[in-house]
Write a protein that binds this ligand. Structure first.
Ligand SMILES: *Cc1c(COP(=O)(O)O)cnc(C)c1O
Length: 364
């Protein structure tokens, strides 16, 4: 018998750019007040939960799901008011859609462009798909630096540009006119990621008809269905026909299809929850602004970015008190000493303010 080698060396097998990556870190949050991941803190009402229980009990989980998810797509069209002439592609979360777009556009020499700081998955997925990534710094106030963007577009001729609207982790909406200029200037496609659309009262959906190279991404995650994993891409059939070829046939499971559809039939529930979150966002902004030495950035999303003195220490002390937010210090030069808190329930938020206040100005 041929002897097996003692060890196989991943360094000889795995691509070097993957070896160099650190895995996306999801901290454990068991028993904590969880304000780190932009989740909707509210459960669904009991009647709707009962309806979901019945639907899942009756679901034919021995069968593959509807590969085209036709019924769910029809519900999404109606609930999200998607223009009739646009197609929809569904993903296992919008993360999967980003991956499909990166894979589809990774021609030799192609460039995937975004801004910095932006949603980290744009850069990570570019690496997964072996497509060159270029990040253009935002202005100091986190607005689009249009001149820098136009110069970078001229230099790199990007195949695809991702812009989150509102942006994560900064929370602001970019100037729609500046985005229009970028769409007009680029030789490639522009994906506007509207993950926080429900909290923003703004959308570029009306621009789809005008710009042949614009596509729009949405997700149900921040709306209250993060656990289901459902994202969607909206755009012209000529793009979506190509991208559909990369979508794995059963990427959206039967439970996700059934439950998402049932919840979309009660869209008012999600809209009410979003309205409550927006009210709480204003309260959170006031509380943070009132704290000594805290700089609060304006938000059109369900989280608030703020700068403190000693972010690492404050983050850790909050964690020790059972409150998990996101520490962005060290992730980008413009985010030095920045923390990000998701808007939770009034009770969760109150505990967060109280803990933060005690850490920042301890009573003597
Ligand atoms: C949270 C987030 C997503 C990911 O959403 P999923 O649908 O849960 O994969 C996409 N884009 C941005 C900007 C986000 O913040």
């Amino acid at each position: 018998m041929r002897a097996m080698p003692n060890s196989y060396d991943p360094d000889q097998i795995i691509r070097p750019e993957i070896l160099a990556l650190s895995a996306y870190h999801v901290p454990s949050a068991t028993g904590m007040i969880k304000l780190d991941a932009m989740e909707n803190p509210y459960p669904l009402p009991p009647a709707l939960r009962d309806e979901i229980a019945q639907l899942t009990a009756d679901a034919q989980i021995n069968r593959y799901p509807d590969a085209s998810a036709a019924a769910l797509k029809a519900s999404l069209r109606e609930a999200l008011m998607i223009p009739a002439e646009m197609e929809i592609m569904l993903g296992n979360g919008s993360d999967e859609i980003i991956q499909i777009i990166a894979m589809a556009t990774a021609r030799p020499g192609a460039v995937l462009m975004s801004v910095e700081p932006a949603f980290v998955m744009f850069r990570m997925i570019a690496t997964f798909a072996n497509i060159k990534y270029v990040g253009v710094p935002l202005s100091a106030d986190f607005s689009l630096d249009l001149e820098a963007m136009l110069a970078a577009i001229g230099k790199y001729q990007p195949t695809v540009i991702f812009l989150a609207y509102p942006n994560n982790p900064t929370g602001n909406l970019f100037d729609a006119e500046a985005i229009a200029r970028i769409i007009e200037a680029t030789p490639g496609i522009v994906i506007v990621d509207e993950a926080y659309h429900i909290f923003a009262d703004a959308s570029l959906v009306d621009k789809l008809a005008q710009y042949p190279n614009l596509l729009l991404m949405r997700t149900l995650s921040k709306l209250g269905l993060a656990g289901l994993r459902l994202g969607l891409l909206i755009g012209r059939p000529e793009w979506l026909i190509q991208l559909e070829k990369l979508r794995l046939p059963y990427n959206v499971g039967i439970i996700t299809q059934l439950v998402a559809q049932a919840v979309l039939d009660h869209l008012d529930v999600l809209l009410e929850q979003a309205a409550a979150i927006k009210t709480e966002r204003a309260i959170m902004s006031r509380h943070l602004t009132a704290l000594e030495g805290v700089e609060v950035f304006p938000s059109n999303a369900n989280f608030i970015l703020f700068r403190v003195n000693g972010a690492d220490r404050i983050f850790l002390e909050l964690k020790q008190q059972g409150i998990l937010i996101k520490n962005l210090d060290g992730t980008h030069p413009s985010l030095t000493n920045c923390l990000r808190a998701t808007v939770g329930t009034p009770g969760e938020n109150a505990q967060f303010y109280k803990a933060l206040q005690t850490i920042i100005s301890p009573a003597v």
